[in-house]
Ligand binder design. Structure first.
Ligand code: AMP
Ligand code: ZN
Length: 486
């Protein structure tokens, strides 16, 4: 089945074709770790998670890289103001390094609570200064970059396609930013952006600093360069999918494309990134939820409203990622009710099966192919999560599927939904999961055919999962009991 996705670069829904067959590299722009993560951010990272789970469900091997911005992101994306990390340190009286570490932990606590699978690699900008400097040197050598007293800039006039992603030509963009305060009189064009700042003037006392690619002064990298340097370092020169919020289209990603395309020698038909994927915002009263507007809610706020963090996943999935989603507590509550409904139904299905194990051998439980197919079709249609959810509910309501298959299908679909249904059901009911039962059944079979080595190995595997099998005799027949180890 073809996976189709809207590509911001071409402005079309396209059939996804990876650079390497069967393998997908995803680079997801990550958090700037200077303040609390809020649920607006979580819409983006949940969608990254759904994308990754979908591609895995479709059979791809996914490598997911997400950066941690811990230096160089100034108050405005267009190189104005203070470094966000330095500001965070000043506000809290902590060191920049402590601020970065504290909010990185906070970020991952939040994503864990939403059952967002951690990326395979989460590189920090400050650990990749070497790669960043190498790239800046390439751009200086090829005259795509120039040096002023204050910074090293990328010269946007040297890249004819600058503005392609946002669909603005460079002249329009330059008019657009003309009103801004240009802090460096030697900057050649308003759209030029800093690859590196020198620790002079305003940045004289900048804490995070390294030897600069040129000159005597220390310095620190600009924000955009980290994503180009780290994405290529971990995923190669051509990246399959690059994600971000829609706010990244006009500046951050435009800049990433310009510097990456100029630092490398691509053939005419090659791109730095083949599919640019952008998620719309979580809003409050129609405005982007953000730290600066102080209209944000954190995981703690969600919990204090008695809303399960996993219900947020359902809330986000109810709307296309390409549309804004206006957050309300009523909306979150109704997602929570939907979540409870799914878990309750899953518990009913599971307890019915559990009390009737003999007639429901778990290896005979089947996923319902038709519904799984509809579910996949919806996801393959530009990640139509709302339709995929509708398929889940249709399947759960279908009287023609037996409970065992219904439960198995739901657990299978949960590989994408990420609601952790089986774990929650088992934790709530104290029941034993299907895979443990399967292992115990295999062990029984191994004993019957006198393969005691295999039987012992299976017992050991069950034990490592926290359970014990106790052999019993029922009506003269060998049987067993599974108990949870204390
Ligand atoms: P930041 O830490 O501000 O760099 O943001 C990290 C990511 O979260 C970026 O991809 C942003 O586009 C995204 N983001 C920030 N606020 C929101 C929001 N209200 N809704 C959706 N995504 C957001
Ligand atoms: Zn980025």
């Amino acid at each position: 089945m073809d996976f189709k996705i809207y590509n911001t670069l071409t402005k079309k829904v396209e059939i996804f074709k990876p650079v390497k067959q069967g393998v997908v590299g995803i680079y997801a722009c990550g958090p700037t770790v200077y303040d609390l993560t809020h649920i607006g951010h979580m819409r983006k990272y949940t969608m990254d998670d759904i994308l990754k789970r979908t591609l895995t469900y479709l059979g791809y091997e996914v490598k997911h890289v997400m950066n941690i911005t811990d230096v160089g992101h100034l108050a405005s994306d267009a190189d104005e103001g203070d470094d966000k990390l330095e500001k965070g340190a000043l506000k809290s009286g902590k060191s920049v390094w402590d601020v970065a570490s504290q909010y990185t932990d906070y970020f991952f606590n939040t994503t864990d609570a939403l059952n967002i699978i951690r990326p395979d690699v989460t590189p920090r900008a400050t650990d990749h200064i070497g790669q960043i400097i190498t790239m800046i040197n390439k751009l200086l050598a090829s005259k795509h970059a120039y040096v002023t007293q204050k910074a090293i800039y990328f010269d946007t006039n040297t890249y004819p396609n600058y503005g392609m992603l946002s669909g603005q030509n460079i002249a329009d963009k330059q008019v657009g930013v003309r009103g801004e305060v240009v802090t460096d009189p030697d900057k050649r064009h308003p759209t030029d952006f800093a690859l590196w700042f020198f620790c002079v003037g305003h940045f004289e006392n900048h804490t995070m600093r390294w030897a600069s690619p040129v000159g005597e002064n220390d310095g620190f990298p600009g924000w955009h360069i980290e994503c180009s340097a780290m994405s290529m370092h971990y995923l190669g020169d051509q990246i399959d999918i690059h994600t971000g919020g829609i706010d990244h289209i006009p500046v951050h990603h435009e800049n990433e494309i310009a510097q990456s395309m100029c630092a490398h020698h691509y053939n005419n038909n090659e791109q730095f990134v083949n599919y640019w994927l952008h998620y719309d915002f979580l809003t409050v009263d129609g405005e982007k939820m953000s730290k600066s507007k102080n209209n944000f809610y954190t995981l703690d706020n969600v919990r204090s409203h008695q809303i399960n963090p996993l219900a947020l996943r359902l809330y986000f999935m109810g709307t296309s990622y390409r549309k804004p989603l206006n957050f309300t507590w009523e909306g979150a509550m109704s997602a929570n009710n939907m979540y409870t409904k799914i878990i309750t139904q899953a518990m009913n299905l599971q307890s019915g099966l559990q009390s009737n194990l003999a007639s429901h051998k778990s290896d005979l439980w089947l996923v319902d192919e038709k519904y799984v197919n509809d579910f996949k079709q919806a996801l393959c249609d530009d990640l139509n999560t709302a339709r995929a959810l509708a398929v889940v509910f249709e399947m759960l309501a279908d009287k023609n599927i037996n409970d065992a298959d219904k439960y198995t299908t739901l657990i299978d679909m949960d590989k994408v939904l990420g609601l952790d249904i089986e774990k929650v059901v088992l934790a709530l009911s104290g029941n034993i999961s299907n895979n443990i039962i399967e292992l115990a059944e295999k062990r029984k079979l191994a004993k019957e055919i006198k393969n005691y080595k295999l039987a012992d190995d299976l017992r050991a595997e069950i034990e490592t999962l926290g359970y014990e099998v106790i052999d019993t005799t029922t009506d003269g027949q060998d049987s067993y009991k599974i108990i949870k180890k204390l």
